[in-house]
Design a protein around this ligand. Sequence first.
Ligand SMILES: Nc1nc2c(ncn2[C@@H]2O[C@H](COP(=O)(O)OP(=O)(O)OP(=O)(O)O)[C@@H](O)[C@H]2O)c(=O)[nH]1
Ligand SMILES: C[S@@+](CC[C@H](N)C(=O)[O-])C[C@H]1O[C@@H](n2cnc3c(N)ncnc32)[C@H](O)[C@@H]1O
Ligand code: SF4
Ligand code: SF4
Length: 398
Amino acid sequence: MSVQLGLPQLREGGAPGSGSQPLPVERPDGIPARRPADAPAGLADRYGRRATDMRLSLTDKCNLRCTYCMPAEGLEWLAKQAVMTGEEIVRIVGIGVNLLGVRELRLTGGEPLVRADLVDIIGALRQAHPELPISMTTNGVGLDRKAAALKAAGLTRINVSLDSLHEETFTKLTRRPFLDRVLAGVDAAWAAGLGPVKLNAVLMRGINDTESPSLLAWALERGYELRFIEQMPLDADHGWTRRNMITAAEIRELLSEEFVLSPDPRARDGAPAERFEVRRRTGSGSSGDSGGSAESAGADSHGPVLGTVGIIASVTEPFCSDCRRTRITAEGKIMSCLFSREEFDLLGLLRQGAGDEELAERWQDAMWLKPKAHGMDHVGLDAPDFVQPDRSMSAIGG
Ligand SMILES: Nc1nc2c(ncn2[C@@H]2O[C@H](COP(=O)(O)OP(=O)(O)OP(=O)(O)O)[C@@H](O)[C@H]2O)c(=O)[nH]1
Ligand SMILES: C[S@@+](CC[C@H](N)C(=O)[O-])C[C@H]1O[C@@H](n2cnc3c(N)ncnc32)[C@H](O)[C@@H]1O
Ligand code: SF4
Ligand code: SF4
């Protein structure tokens, strides 16, 4: 079970703040539950990082059942009243932006498009924060009908998950026959001006791994930025194994059959994706000579840059030391790390009548306790002491 962090016990009907019990000074492991008074401003943590990128889950529901995320059946949805309303979302985002230094917002889920009030929520967020970059990660089902409205409401850009261009493979991975609908959604997002359109593909051994070069060729032709993602242990079925996952080194090797990758000179800026410039492999057509690492390709030897590709290597090349993310789940819980086993019930406190300042302080306290990496004090999703969160990726907000 996840631990609920530091929610003060309020007197019945009483206002928070003066009426609340003080938070425990120390947790059993000796870490103070409140951040020290001289801690840096904003959403700082004990490891010198500061979260400025907020990822907010709009719902735990989804219309696909990707094998690396959800079970085929049997996952219960949150009760409607447990999920943040549009107004609550706007208030929480406002606290993050106005009081805590949040500079970017990502809407995710579950599947954000299944929320009937999605366009209204985006419109209200945009009205409150005219300059805030607001992006969304979606599976793309139904996006063809909503892309223009999302753009008009103020969405800045979009990422769409697309693991395969083969109907059979897509259906096997997502357990739903919706490839055509996703492709229509990707095109509509581009046409609506929601670019740069980024595509996410989780590679699964023996299913879509060998398709990676053709998926990249397809994306490059259309001007989409494809990112390959290492599968993480966040599936409801707990089927992940380190041995069976496709690593970043393998991804580079697979792509080297057709392409030459060289490091993108732009700064990474804490992004999960390491970006590479892509050129088509010319000459002998030899494959596999990159040894799993990016080559320094001369423009003449391999032709012009066709675009970029990203590799998100959360498992084998983690980027936790520069993590700038804070997460809010659909039921308004703060998760300081994707793999946190401790959550802080911000929505509960809000519904008890807490003011913005108090909510901001509690958010800071929760982030102060952010683990160093992978929910622990060290990296290692395959480490013996790693414990997979109770929630699947869909319920956390990926
Ligand atoms: N380990 C880890 N992986 C993350 C985290 N955030 C995102 N990811 C992974 O990165 C993938 C892509 O995330 P997206 O929501 O598409 O966006 P992004 O790559 O963070 O951001 P942009 O490139 O700015 O669009 C997710 O599917 C996760 O697999 C994180 O905080 N920790
Ligand atoms: C949880 S989904 C939520 C948004 C939307 N439903 C979608 O699929 O884009 C966000 C991202 O998490 C990724 N994801 C889900 N489970 C994952 C896992 N076990 N390992 C790595 N990435 C995962 C998906 O591929 C997707 O790109
Ligand atoms: S990855 Fe996204 S689309 Fe797939 S099951 Fe999870 S939440 Fe749904
Ligand atoms: S695993 Fe945790 S610390 Fe590492 S990048 Fe993801 S959210 Fe940040």
